[in-house]
Every structure is written in structure tokens, then in C-alpha cells.
Design a protein around this ligand. Structure first.
Ligand SMILES: Cc1cc2nc3c(=O)[nH]c(=O)nc-3n(C[C@H](O)[C@H](O)[C@H](O)COP(=O)(O)OP(=O)(O)OC[C@H]3O[C@@H](n4cnc5c(N)ncnc54)[C@H](O)[C@@H]3O)c2cc1C
Length: 304
């Protein structure tokens, strides 16, 4: 069934979608032009309905969590952004198992787990994304990874929602089979362990290291580049004297060369030009290819 465009717009708005939302409000880089529609579905029913509408009218869709690992374009996006973030559902703790919606904050979940005498998430505290985004990216820090505690995943795939056992052997460094566009994670089940007495101190220590080493006062998307085999991206970039290098409002952080920050007024184009410049210089001087960890929003576009 093909819907006239006005009807689609009305149906999306009836589901709660907002029109003409600046992408800069949805992503931690604070850059990007307007999105035609943004919907934060509160439950699977409205998520499925929105996907059905977009499929019927061939409207392009992009899925976001907290937008802490994406770079939009200055031109914006003419389709629907689905944002699975902050749905407000409380995690369900049953012994050492926790079941939680994809939109829950990973940091809030890590803190609550430690408060409840559980360990497994303490090293991930401070990663500013959602639980769904963490599973999609296999987020990790300070020797911990979400895959270490992932038990089951509830996903939307090929038209239906279903739980499945986590496919851990397909997860690796910032890699997971649970990522858009093939898959939407709507909930996960994590298997934590009883705190051996170290979880609280580990969490505090990881947070302290973040505050000391990362430019948290400026908008960014975290580490701009993946860790190249046998190297650290930040050290390579610093070794090429690129700390502080600036294009428009985008800058290689003076605190941590692995981060590109928005010093104020950066465009997405500034960030992209700086990413390319850093890649060029590092390749020329060291022979190492830096692969962005940050995803470009236009690469996430999907027409069903
Ligand atoms: C200051 C700062 C520090 C950071 N530190 C770390 C760190 O230590 N370790 C680390 O790994 N990352 C870090 N990051 C990057 C980022 O926070 C993580 O990658 C995080 O897991 C992304 O989650 P998100 O909800 O923001 O996802 P988004 O950025 O919104 O999306 C990222 C990708 O996941 C997909 N996605 C999002 N939600 C879902 C879902 N429910 N189902 C399927 N696909 C989905 C999106 O389509 C996109 O492809 C940091 C970022 C910042 C800004």
C-alpha cells in the first residue's frame, strides 16, 4: 500500500514524531542540519508501526541511540530519525540477571548495578550512549566490553520482534551483528556477577581516568578513530604534531589527540575535513591507515 506523503506525515506525527528537528540537538558532536521527522518510540508497537509506514512509502529511516558515535551532515536528512533513547522503563533486576530496554543509559545502568552489589558493567560507566548503542557498537573501555555480560538480545529483524541468544562469536572490537540497518535492538538481558568487593573502586577509578584524560567539557563523539592494529590512534596523531590542529570550529583535542572536538560553531563539514586531514597526515608520516570509529549519519540511511 502506497501512502500519499501528507498522510504519512500525519501518521508519523500521530505516533509522536516531531518535524524539522536540528540534528545538532540529537548528537553529541552538536553539529548537523535539520531532520524532517524524529520519533522516539515509547514501545515496540509504535516502533513497528513507524517502520511499516516508512516501508510502505519508501521513506528513508535512520536509527539512533544517544547519538554519541555519529557525525551527521550539514544538509540534514529528509526522512525519519528513530531515536531509541531514554524510554524511561526501569531495568528489571532478578538476582544477577538484568533485563533492560535499549534506550536506557549505559552509565545509569552501570551505576545502579554496582549499587545493587553486582559487577560486570563498572568499567563501562562513563560511556555516554544507550544500552542498545553499546550492543550495536560492542562498546568497551578499560578492559571491559558489553559482550562480556551479554546473554540475550531482543531485536526487530525482517518484520518481527524476537529474543535470541547473543551471538558472541560475531562480536569483536567495535563490531556486532546487532547493529542498524540490519537489526534494531529493543531490549537486552545481561548476566552480571556478585560484586567481589572491587566494583565500586573500579568504577570510580575508570571515571577519574576519563575526567583526567578526555576533553569532556567540549562536544565530541569520543575516540574519532578505531585503534589500529599494534598502535594507538591518539599517540600516532600526537606524534604527527596534530594536537590542536583546527579546521573551522573543529579541533584535534589538545588534551587527547584521539578526540576531535567541537570548540564552538563547528560544522559537520569542518569535522569531516579535519578527519580527512588527520588520516592523510598520519598515513603519509607513518604508513598507518586510520579508520573512523565515528559513523557518518548518511551511511546509516536505510530504505526498506
Ligand atoms: C565523551 C565520549 C566518550 C566515549 N567513550 C567511549 C568508550 O570509552 N568506549 C566506547 O566504546 N565508546 C565510547 N564513546 C562512543 C559512544 O558513546 C559509544 O559507541 C556508544 O556505545 C554509542 O551509543 P549511542 O546510544 O550513542 O549510539 P549512537 O551513536 O546513536 O549510534 C551508534 C551506532 O549504533 C546504532 N544503534 C544505536 N542504537 C541501536 C539499537 N538500539 N539497535 C541497533 N543499532 C543501534 C546506530 O544506528 C549507529 O550505527 C564515547 C563517546 C563520547 C562522546
Amino acid at each position: 500500500m502506497v501512502y500519499p506523503k501528507d498522510n504519512i506525515a500525519r501518521a508519523l506525527i500521530d505516533l509522536g514524531a516531531k518535524e524539522n528537528v536540528p540534528l545538532s540537538e540529537l548528537v553529541s558532536f552538536r553539529v548537523g542540519g535539520p531532520a524532517a521527522f524524529v520519533l522516539q518510540p515509547k514501545e515496540e508497537g509504535s516502533l513497528g508501526r513507524a517502520l511499516d509506514l516508512c516501508r510502505a512509502a519508501q521513506i528513508p529511516v535512520i536509527l539512533l541511540g544517544n547519538g554519541t558515535n555519529v557525525l551527521p551532515s550539514d544538509e540534514g536528512f529528509s526522512g525519519l530519525i528513530l531515536q531509541l533513547s531514554g524510554d524511561g522503563t526501569a531495568p528489571l533486576f532478578e538476582g544477577e540477571k538484568v533485563t533492560v530496554g535499549a534506550g536506557c543509559s549505559l552509565t545509569a545502568l552501570a551505576k545502579e548495578s554496582v549499587q545493587r552489589g553486582l559487577m560486570g558493567l563498572e568499567r563501562l560507566c562513563g560511556i555516554p550512549g544507550t544500552v542498545g548503542g553499546a550492543v550495536a557498537m560492542n562498546a568497551g573501555a578499560y578492559g571491559g566490553e558489553i559482550k562480556n555480560v551479554l546473554k540475550r538480545v531482543r531485536c526487530y529483524r525482517e518484520g518481527g520482534f524476537a529474543w535470541e541468544d547473543a551471538r558472541l562469536d560475531e562480536m569483536g572490537y567495535r563490531r556486532s551483528p546487532y547493529t542498524w540497518p540490519k537489526t534494531i535492538v529493543t531490549a537486552v538481558e545481561l548476566q552480571l556477577a556478585p560484586d567481589d568487593g572491587t566494583a565500586g573502586d573500579t568504577m570510580v577509578d575508570c571515571m577519574r581516568r576519563r575526567r583526567e584524560k578526555q576533553p569532556l567539557s567540549l562536544p565530541s563523539a569520543g575516540s574519532t578513530f578505531k585503534r589500529p592494529e599494534g598502535h594507538f590512534a591518539g599517540a600516532l596523531i600526537e606524534g604527527c604534531h596534530l594536537k590542536g590542529c583546527t579546521v573551522g570550529g573543529a579541533q584535534v583535542s589538545e588534551l587527547h589527540a584521539g578526540f576531535i572536538v567541537n570548540r564552538g560553531g563547528a560544522t559537520a563539514g569542518d569535522v569531516l575535513s579535519l578527519i580527512r586531514h588527520v588520516q592523510d597526515v598520519v598515513y603519509r608520516e607513518t604508513g598507518v591507515t586510520l579508520e573512523p570509529e565515528v559513523k557518518r549519519l548518511e551511511d546509516l540511511l536505510c530504505i526498506f
